[in-house]
Design a protein around this ligand. Structure first.
Ligand SMILES: Nc1ncnc2c1ncn2[C@@H]1O[C@H](COP(=O)(O)OP(=O)(O)OP(=O)(O)O)[C@@H](O)[C@H]1O
Length: 338
């Protein structure tokens, strides 16, 4: 039986148009034009206990709105959410004891006091015993490597240190389900690794279920068993990471800065496509790594052309979603895996 069951979830926001300038602002006090935004549109999914599900989608797709409804912070316009038998919006008081949440863009810690005092506040709110609090805090602090950080005022912490403390705050009461909204946004590679390792550990140790929204495909690659892609409020993909990769192909974007100008035609073959040409010396190529390994590709290029800079990246999320969106409608039900 799923621990999270979402049926036909829909959320529309109503905002009011306000014109620019004094005259239109004044007019809008008396006559306002209502504008409705369909942020989440008829989304359904079910998640089993212990699953880690990544939610991907471009800016404005509706991911945060969906997570806020799952946390009980927003009422759905229509549709049903059941998490561990609770309705998040209706049974808030009992429900919040079973979940934890970390929002990359919004802190739960109190800015002017050290995180340790915010943790003690949660101890009181959740009625955690002194022994359990102390054991749990020791465990979380050592997993996240934050000794010496918890006693400084939150406002002086680096982003990475603060995010680790946000995770402690969310996990002190041992929630069964963790909702994460862009938990690694703005973090350096080391901090990202630490946080991913921590989520893994909690998932393994407590069989904790987790939904995370992200723009970082590596988060999904490292963590998620399953991926839901949302575009314009609609679910356009819901399956395993393996199947997402089949949609993406094994493509990467490789950008070079060459020492001398190169012609586009040099990259005219079956496994590369020119994506960008910012200058004579710079080029971004899409490389199909199913056809040529990155190491062979780089060796091939470096034998012919000297370059001073290079970067290898996953496909931008915008493009991933576009590819999926274009393919999804026509071929989702008759995919090569089947
Ligand atoms: N409080 C609000 N009032 C009106 N419109 C809103 C509100 N919150 C979000 N929206 C609109 O709903 C849509 C979905 O926004 P949401 O924040 O859920 O997207 P998202 O996928 O999380 O985007 P991002 O990746 O940029 O955070 C957007 O068009 C946004 O402008």
């Amino acid at each position: 039986m799923p621990v999270i069951d979402v049926k036909h979830l829909t959320k529309s926001y109503t905002t009011y148009k306000r014109g620019a300038g004094m005259k239109q602002t004044f007019t809008s006090f008396f006559r306002r034009e209502a504008v409705s935004v369909q942020a989440v549109n008829d989304i359904s999914f079910a998640i089993e206990q212990g699953e880690i599900c990544g939610m991907l989608g471009p800016n404005g797709a509706g991911k945060s709105t969906a997570i806020k409804m799952l946390c009980g912070a927003l009422y759905p316009t229509s549709g049903e959410i059941e998490v561990l038998g609770y309705s998040p919006a209706r049974d808030r008081k009992h429900y919040v004891r079973t979940i934890g949440a970390v929002f990359g863009q919004k802190s739960q810690l109190i800015w002017d006091i050290p995180p340790i005092d915010s943790f003690k506040m949660n101890k009181a709110i959740y009625g955690i015993s002194a022994t359990d609090f102390s054991n749990r805090l020791d465990e979380l602090a050592s997993l996240l490597d934050i000794a010496g950080v918890m006693e400084k005022p939150t406002r002086v912490l680096s982003l990475g240190e603060r995010m680790k403390c946000e995770f402690v705050m969310a996990m002190l009461h041992r929630p069964d389900i963790l909702f994460l909204d862009e938990p690694t946004i703005g973090l350096d590679v080391i901090a990202k690794l630490k946080i991913r390792e921590f989520i893994h550990q909690m998932n393994k140790q407590q069989n904790m279920t987790c939904i995370l929204t992200t723009h970082d495909l590596e988060d999904v690659e490292e963590l998620a068993h399953r991926v839901i892609v949302i575009n314009h409020g609609e679910k356009v993909f819901d399956d395993s990471l393996q199947r997402l990769k089949l949609f993406l192909g094994e493509k990467k974007h490789v950008s070079f800065t060459f020492n001398e100008s190169v012609r586009d035609t040099l990259f005219d073959n079956d496994w590369t496509k020119v994506m960008e040409r910012p200058s004579d010396l710079q080029i971004t190529l899409e490389v199909d790594t199913a056809r040529i390994s990155i190491s062979d590709f780089l060796e091939n290029i470096s034998r012919r052309h000297a370059f001073s800079d290079i970067s290898v990246k996953e496909l931008p999320i915008q493009q991933v979603v576009m590819n999926i969106y274009e393919n999804a409608k026509s071929s989702l039900n008759r995919h090569p895996l089947e």
